[in-house]
Design a protein around this ligand. Structure first.
Ligand SMILES: [Zn+2]
Length: 400
């Protein structure tokens, strides 16, 4: 097959990143194993691996002499010591930025309350915080691979435009282009920038930085003021035609139920969202209690708080039941601040879903809490950068 002129470097990058993906999935493989797994020749693998080691993607453990058997093949691993990504979490009230290693370790970070909610104010603040971390990385001798941002809205991933972010009142914001422009004044240029929905990137945090190969499909359910899901199916985020897939907080759990922020009635958010829980406790419509306050009430067995947390947990069980039937997921990961309510909330969800499973005689998918806690979206931003770089064949990521 003749390669088309100009595509040679893309072809090479596709082969290189295929090797990194295989090592990520199967740490400790040798060059010969990699040749078998990828179908590349041993000499090509050797050349590419040498470059990848030189650039900080891979490392080899010490060569061990094994007597008469000679040299044992050298095992290869992802190198967590030299490359890093910057991940950001733009939420409704704060902006957090982290530097994360290739293996998912949080190296450094900063968080501030949002100074304003206009796109200009948020992007300006975000660029300043990123500029600080880029400077820090330069001092530390870490090479940065890119910047990834999770935003609370639907994003078109081919253009980096935020289509709709209801809680920030944004529509059609050219986020990626504006951030790139703003970063120039902070002496940051030349780094790829990726933007995606907050719960979608949180799912990628589990997918790219998980301790083992993630089951397929993988669903990450984010629980906070809003409720949303990031869904990874067959190695890619499932985003839908306009980026709205996974907006499960607006699936209907009760016909003609309470009025939701989206204008519909009876959405999951009106039972599971933090405002719904707060309103149940205080009796004030639209109230929003800090999670710490609700936790303190639960700790002293406040009856209204216990009832509210259990009721929300029960509806979470209903929502998980629905996701289970729609996607037949291999694993569901729960993340977001509401998880911090702990047993009253989570146990109610578990007993609800276990009852559904018993009723139909099926065993539940694996359900676990996010490993990254409150950092899951910012770590997810970093995971998005890694996910995109490891898939150079995917045209969705080429505009970065
Ligand atoms: Zn709704």
């Amino acid at each position: 097959m003749t390669a088309i002129t100009g595509d040679q470097s893309l072809l090479r990058e596709i082969n290189r990143m295929a090797l990194v993906r295989v090592v990520q999935r199967h740490p400790g493989l040798s060059r010969a194993d990699l040749a078998k797994q990828t179908g590349l020749t041993k000499s090509t693998v050797s050349l590419l691996v040498q470059d990848l080691i030189g650039e900080g993607w891979l490392l080899e453990s010490d060569i061990q002499a094994t007597g008469s058997a000679g040299r044992r093949p050298t095992p290869l691993f992802l190198d967590g010591t030299r490359l890093a990504m910057i991940g950001a979490d733009v939420s409704v009230d704060t902006v957090s930025v982290l530097t994360v290693s290739l293996t998912g370790d949080v190296l450094t970070g900063v968080s501030e309350p949002l100074a304003g909610k206009s796109p200009e104010a948020v992007i300006g603040q975000l660029a300043r915080l990123i500029g600080g971390l880029v400077g820090q990385s330069r001092q530390d001798g870490r090479q940065l691979l890119g910047i990834g941002v999770g935003v609370p809205g639907a994003v078109l991933d081919t253009t980096g435009v935020v289509k709709l972010a209801p809680n920030l009142a944004w529509r059609d914001v050219p986020f990626q282009a504006d951030l790139r422009q703003e970063l120039i004044s902070h002496e940051v240029s030349g780094l790829p920038i990726q933007v995606q929905n907050d719960y979608d990137v949180a799912a990628l945090a589990e997918y790219e930085f998980g301790e083992e190969i993630a089951p397929d499909p993988l669903i990450c359910l984010g629980l906070g003021i809003g409720v949303g899901a990031g869904i990874v199916v067959r190695d890619r985020l499932f985003l839908g035609a306009q980026g709205f897939a996974g907006e499960v907080g607006h699936s209907i759990l009760q016909v003609e139920g309470p009025l939701c922020s989206c204008g519909r009635r009876g959405c999951a958010e009106t039972f599971i969202g933090l405002r719904a829980i707060s309103t149940q406790i205080s009796g004030q419509p639209g109230d929003l209690l800090p999670v710490a306050t609700i936790r303190a009430l639960l700790a002293r067995n406040d009856e209204a708080a216990l009832l509210a947390a259990r009721r929300a947990g029960h509806y979470l069980g209903v929502l998980i039941q629905n996701l289970w039937t729609y996607f037949n997921p291999g694993r569901i990961v729960l993340g977001g601040p509401t998880c911090e309510l702990g047993a009253p909330f989570l146990d109610a969800a578990t007993s609800c879903i276990e009852r559904y499973a018993a009723d139909c005689g099926l065993s539940l998918p694996e359900i676990r809490l996010s490993r990254f806690g409150g950092h899951s979206i910012a770590v997810g931003g970093a995971a998005l950068v890694k996910h995109a770089l490891l898939r150079p064949f995917d045209p969705r990521f080429r505009n970065a």
